[in-house]
Write a protein that binds this ligand. Structure first.
Ligand code: AMP
Ligand code: MG
Length: 414
């Protein structure tokens, strides 16, 4: 009897329950921390900006002294960015530049476009400044003691700048998951080894290995490529045992379909344990999760094992929906689920599958979604052509103009 289909959300919950954050961390230069996952809260030891400062080139004034709108006042000091300035003498203004500290006593900045420098050195203020105008307040970006970036955040360029703004030069981040990548399938040929015109009948190029490796790297993993799994049981067991010793995850593609003859399943079972799931998604469905025990010495424990389907789009989509959250969670990321947005379909999908479908679509010029003409799980062109996928509930047909749930590749691949 066939196993019942497992809803994607259940599969994800089961998988994430296994994804305990990896032990160990790295301390890296902030310059090298893009894409890494912060291990401890970044707490600000100071106010940013550190003191009230000018948002404009102009004049620091006492606003009450400029109330008439045409006050003429002498310039008592000049304050460029980086110099502290003196208390503002009553009845005077201070020449000031963007980013320079506002001198004590001044309560507003008048931009230089609203001022006229007179020949005698005084300045006419052609405006009635409001108290507080053009002053950036101390701590308006960050208050001392505030958590600026929470542990578990995947760092992006803005966060690197934010960390620098509170003086952090080194950051404690999760170590990169070490992933061993295997392909299965006697039909597979590595590009570069046999020229297209010499390909034996029935053979195809190994495309999964290329996108899986790149996807893993984008998710912060260190990838070791074990190539194509050898065609013998003992060799497969040896390769898996070797991979488990120094990797956190062993990822394979192909060979997890129901009833398929291949060496990976029995080899994983011999070294640990393996569950085959039929996930209720399309493309996708066959998926394997298990453990490969580490043997001997100090290398106790196990490596996670994930087997993806072989069809390229199935492999691609199951990676994005299941493996991506899994490897992010290994790094301690809390928010691992992609955020869908509502979008308008400009296509018809009259015969929806009873499984949840991920349709490859792209935006047209008017901001609506178009469907790739061939949604077959073997047609990898759909994933390259698409801007993302429509996450379509089981059995739900789509008519032009309908609102659908869209998940952008820019969200999934970053
Ligand atoms: P399988 O899951 O092994 O039954 O494979 C399903 C389909 O995907 C077959 O047509 C395979 O030839 C194809 N396939 C499996 N692995 C790869 C791969 N690494 N690159 C491209 N196609 C693959
Ligand atoms: Mg196969």
């Amino acid at each position: 009897m066939r196993a019942p289909l497992k809803p994607l959300d259940d599969a994800l919950a089961d998988l994430l329950a296994q994804a305990l954050p990896l032990a160990g961390d790295d301390t890296v230069d902030s310059f090298d921390a893009d894409g890494r996952v912060l291990r401890e809260d970044a707490i600000s030891p100071l106010q940013v900006p550190p003191q009230d400062n000018s948002a404009m080139d102009g004049y620091a004034v006492r606003s009450a002294e400029c109330a008439p709108g045409d006050a003429v006042l002498p310039v008592s000091q000049r304050i460029p960015a980086g110099s502290p300035g003196q208390p503002l003498e009553p009845g005077t203004v201070a020449r000031i530049f963007t980013g320079a500290p506002v001198p004590p006593g001044a309560d507003a900045i008048v931009m230089q476009e609203d001022c006229e420098a007179l020949e005698d050195g005084r300045v006419r203020i052609n405006a009635r400044p409001e108290a507080g105008q053009w002053i950036r307040r101390s701590g308006e970006d960050i208050r001392r003691g505030a958590t600026v970036i929470a542990a578990g955040t995947r760092l992006s360029p803005a966060e690197l700048g934010l960390a620098a703004s509170i003086g952090l030069a080194r950051l404690k981040v999760a170590r990169r998951p070490r992933v061993a990548l295997f392909s299965t399938g006697d039909e597979l040929v590595m590009p570069g080894t046999i020229a297209p015109e010499q390909m034996p009948p029935g053979s195809i190029y190994n495309s999964n290995r290329f996108f899986l490796r790149a996807l893993l790297q984008r998710m912060g993993c260190e990838v070791t490529d074990f190539g194509i799994v050898p065609d013998r049981r003992e060799a497969t067991v040896d390769a898996l045992r070797e991979a488990a010793r120094s990797h956190d995850l062993i990822l394979t593609s192909g060979g997890v379909s129901v009833g398929e003859e291949d060496h990976v399943k029995p080899a994983v079972q011999a070294l640990g344990q393996l569950d085959l799931w039929q996930v209720a998604i399309k493309p996708g469905k066959p998926f394997a999760y298990g453990h490969v025990r580490r043997s001997g010495g100090d290398a106790e424990g196990f490596a996670h094992f994930i087997g993806l389907p072989g069809n390229p789009v199935s492999s691609f989509v199951t990676f994005l929906m299941l493996v991506r959250p899994f490897v992010l969670r290994l790094q301690g990321v809390q928010q691992v689920l992609p955020r869908p947005v509502e979008a308008r379909a400009e296509f018809a999908w009259p015969r929806a599958d009873k499984r949840r479908e991920f349709l490859r679509v792209r935006y047209n010029g008017s901001g609506a979604l178009e469907l790739f003409r061939n949604q077959s799980s073997g047609v990898l062109t759909s994933a390259a052509w698409g801007d993302g996928v429509v996450d379509n509930p089981p059995g739900q047909s789509i008519a032009p103009g309908d609102t659908v749930r869209f998940i952008a590749f820019s969200e999934l691949l970053s």
